[in-house]
Ligand binder design. Sequence first.
Ligand SMILES: [Zn+2]
Length: 297
Amino acid sequence: MTCKSIPVADLGNPATDEERFRAVHKWAVNNKFVGGFPTFHRERYGTGVQVYGAVLFTAEAAECLDVEKRDLREFSSNEERFRSIDQWASDTKVAAAFPNFIEDEDSTGIMFGTIVLKAGAVLRKLDISEHILRMHTTWTFSDDITSSQRLRSLAQHARGFDRVITCGNLEPQEKADVLAIYQTQVIDHQVNHEPGVNARGGGRVLHINFNVLFPQGDDEIAQTLIHELMHCAGYRHGHITRTSTPEERSVYYNTAPLRAELCIAGRQSLQTSERVCTCKNDSAWIIWAAQVPRSAL
Ligand SMILES: [Zn+2]
């Protein structure tokens, strides 16, 4: 697979989305690839040359087939065309496939050009929920957060979303409130550098201490994130300290943010240690990775 920027003029200045698919395919074939698809990224180089992004496949990764109309579900839009080809791929047990928007006709009827990706070229075909897709496209990350930190954060946010849906540890209203954060809100992510802090959250901003939190593993990351999102959804809890009574501790662990942590891995990350979440006001719920300084209580 190759990602390439192709001058628009070389593609024949395609005017519609369908034409752009056909143009990328034809360019790919003319340049010894099996096929490709446009990324819909466009850029103008310093030289004034406008280019379109494309992903191209070699013969090791893909093959081009004509699929007969009778083998496909009826479609009347581009989205339906993709769904129809995807269903065909699933029915015929190929790894994945997409249309190149080239149609041909022979004695048996219309044939639809299809790029079939080979099993070795497709790591995993995912059904990505619209909410997770939304998170990836609208949630923001400051420039000092690396791409791998961003992707790991989003993966663990997504895990929290999946778990909350089926989790028995949250009440229906609590679930609805935190799911609404994923579905309708934009969460901004910043870097936190406070010693001994996993994350600080409030409102619609999460400050993550990547150096402290990430080495603790995915369960702790997912639990910290869902706990903070429960605060974003308006749920609170009191404070506990080393000297808290069993009753006070029980109240703390039975609050929605702590029960949300149970949805991740069946345990609360804070229960077995002195790591707790503290708050001086609603704008700063701090999850401590280490012992909480007295000044924070
Ligand atoms: Zn908390």
